[in-house]
Ligand binder design. Sequence first.
Ligand SMILES: *Cc1c(COP(=O)(O)O)cnc(C)c1O
Length: 464
Amino acid sequence: MHYISTRGNASNLDFAGVTLAGLASDGGLYVPRAWPTFTQAEIKAMRGLTYVDLAAKVMAPFTAGSLSEDELRELCAAAYGSFSHAAVTPLTQLDNQQWLLELFHGPTLAFKDVALQLLGHLFERFLSGGDKALTIVGATSGDTGSAAIHAVAGRENIEIFMLHPHGRVSDVQRRQMTTVLAPNVHNIAIEGSFDDAQAMVKRMFGDSEVTSAITLSAVNSINWARLMAQVVYYFWAALQLGAPERKVAFSVPTGNFGDVFAGYVAAQMGLPVERLIVATNVNDILHRALAKGDYSVGSVTPTAAPSMDIQVSSNFERLLFDLEGRDGSATAERMKIFEQDGKTALTDAMRSKAGLFQSARADANEMSGAMRWAYEKCAEVIDPHTAIAIHAARNAGISADVPVVTLATAHPAKFPDAVERATGVRPSLPARVGNLFDREERFIVLPSDYVAVRDHVLGHAARA
Ligand SMILES: *Cc1c(COP(=O)(O)O)cnc(C)c1O
């Protein structure tokens, strides 16, 4: 499989190349040259596979040329062996129409483990025997950071620098990053928002002073391998609910547009998807873009669902590229305008091409209401992010014969205060995360200043 940049001006890479590179050199994101497809018969034959076997089947077209299906299966077995549930991502019924896909059984209790546990193994495989050393730089609104750190802590030839907005992630989220004391882990608290941190990371990738000195890689969902790993669970859930004979809708708590874009990829590959519901909190740039064509940056309002407190959704560019007819120069032009003006308008033609998506926004009351509904009517304690998507799922007007699967992206114990406020129940951390609150923390605080952050990274980066 060959990968091309959404901005049409970077060299094509194979799967190993895009995994190690992250962002393309022209500032674009890598996507497969064409979407691979499965026939309905091939999809039907996937029923009943274990998660690991299904993962290898679904991802094999994307890794072809770099990994065989058997090699991929071995890596998946290693990655998903770290999950605490035998089904890896179990599907739970809420009512006659609503279902929950539990994606939080990995080591850091959020769905990001599903992709990042695999990515850690992919990095190790593609670096082994070579003379490359990787410096991973990432920005996190909370959950990516800990999942990435857990995926690469202690691995050779890798240093990881994780930027988080100081004071804007939950205590559990912060401690899951800062209590990992492996020497290759560097936590940086930025005195700014997630968007400030993400902008600095993006800038480092385009800064020749950095890229000439060290090999940078990304673990944010701009890394294609992450999206690829997330495609698998759309197949997994839909197959259990009758695919390919029956369509399924998905409701996805959305921030950087990575998780829901993976659902779009599953649909491009032939999975019959009725609808993809993009659920946002009050930071609703994606809702405005999809509902009205208005993709314009607002200011970030901190909420109880911090992993969705985002106003610039990196992966939206991958969708824009498809909506532009996969025209790299048109996408580059549009993104240049967006980066200058903070806004771009989607044409009616683009919006109608995006017809698989529906969007919704939930405020704090609607979020708490959804947590209460799940607890009182379905005996399920859900986290604030999941609650936003449950609210959207229940109000989406999907026909009653279509099952709606909400992606449960975090364990409720990651956000105990918000859950307790809404339901009166304080969820406790699963025993497997251990004595998080007794362990030593290590991180430094830096101002929201590009040069200070860059110099810190250069001073501690990996060198082969
Ligand atoms: C990261 C995250 C999201 C948002 O996912 P995107 O892929 O960025 O859209 C939602 N919920 C939780 C709990 C997360 O950690």
